[in-house]
Every structure is written in structure tokens, then in C-alpha cells.
Ligand binder design. Structure first.
Ligand SMILES: [Zn+2]
Ligand SMILES: [Zn+2]
Length: 191
């Protein structure tokens, strides 16, 4: 590693003003600062970080400097934080509350009508953290609480609607009774 370190430092230009160590060597398509040493493509940010903090990064960890210098060519270990890949992805994602609210149009009845993909029965569909959800069910969980009963019913009878105030939990029987009361037994009930 000592031999590598010399090769590495030769390709660093230290910026006295902001403390960044700018990498002058190769930067690959994913923005990784690379150096080929004895046939191995070293990842310089990781090499220097591990050396500085005397630690070993695992496959599920990554380094980020967005909250510090945010300089894509910087390799100064003091400008990096370590986090798990999962946590990092979640910190970058648009909050689910916003995704739900941004993709509806509110109609005269106060329904939040889902504007993205609809599935069978006219229910809104959304992909969230790798899973497919019905938008109204996710809305109920996000704005109210975890679903404990089999069916989420619409008081407005509008399958596109994800307004949590128009949603309530029920059993299959309650849903059928609700449907009968509203005269939509011929249509498939909400779920
Ligand atoms: Zn920096
Ligand atoms: Zn509604």
C-alpha cells in the first residue's frame, strides 16, 4: 500500500482554499476516481478513506460527500461520510407523501384522483421501494396508519381516489354491504 500511496499522491492536487484533494487521474463513467496499479483498478476515494480511518468498507456501504464539499473530483477522506447503500438511497428519494400528493388532481367532491398508472378496476398503482402498491392503500398507510383489515373502502365510490379522508378499513362483508347500499353490486368492489 505504501507503494500505491506514492502513486496516488502524485495524482492529487490539494486545494488550499477549500481543503479538497482534487483527483487528476482517471475518472470512470460512474464518477469513480480510478488508478490502475499492478493490473488492479483501485477506487481512490475508498483506498484513501480506508487508510485514513483504518477501516474496511463492506459491499453494503458507500462514501458520499454531497453534504460536505460536494466536489465530484475530491478524494479527501475528511470530506466523506460513510453510510449504508440503503440509507443513502432513502435519503435521496422523494418523500412518499409528496409523491402521492403531487400525482393527484382534486375534483369538486374533494377526491384526490390518481393521475398515473391505473390497474384493473380503475385503482391507482404506484411502485415504492421495489414493491407495487395500489395507490389508495398506500395513501391510507402513509396518511393514516397500518392496514389491519382486508379491504380499504371508498366512501366516495371513486376507485381513482386516494384521499385518506375518503378511505376506511373494512371486512369483505362490510364492503359488500357498502356496495349494495350504493347500488354497485354489479361492479367489482374495492380491495
Ligand atoms: Zn472536498
Ligand atoms: Zn374520494
Amino acid at each position: 500500500m505504501k507503494y500505491n500511496l506514492e502513486k496516488i499522491t502524485q495524482k492529487i492536487s490539494k486545494d488550499e482554499e477549500n481543503g479538497c484533494w482534487n483527483w487528476l487521474g482517471h475518472i470512470d463513467k460512474s464518477g469513480r476516481c480510478r488508478l490502475k496499479v499492478k493490473g488492479k483498478h483501485l477506487n481512490i476515494k475508498i483506498e484513501l478513506y480506508q487508510l485514513h480511518y483504518k477501516c474496511e468498507l463492506t459491499n453494503s456501504e458507500l462514501l458520499f460527500n454531497d453534504t460536505l464539499c460536494a466536489n465530484p473530483t475530491c478524494v479527501n477522506p475528511n470530506h466523506f461520510n460513510k453510510t449504508t447503500k440503503q440509507e443513502y438511497a432513502q435519503s435521496k428519494e422523494i418523500p412518499i407523501e409528496k409523491r402521492l400528493k403531487d400525482n393527484v388532481i382534486i375534483n369538486d367532491a374533494g377526491c384526490w384522483e390518481w393521475q398515473l398508472r391505473l390497474e384493473n378496476g380503475g385503482y391507482g398503482a404506484i411502485r415504492y421501494r421495489g414493491y407495487d402498491y395500489r395507490a389508495h392503500r398506500l395513501s391510507f398507510e402513509v396518511f393514516k396508519h397500518a392496514i389491519t383489515k382486508p379491504v380499504i373502502m371508498h366512501s366516495c365510490d371513486n376507485p381513482k381516489c386516494i384521499n385518506p379522508d375518503h378511505l376506511s378499513e373494512g371486512t369483505q362483508l362490510e364492503n359488500m354491504q357498502d356496495a349494495a347500499a350504493k347500488g354497485r353490486m354489479n361492479r367489482r368492489s374495492s380491495e
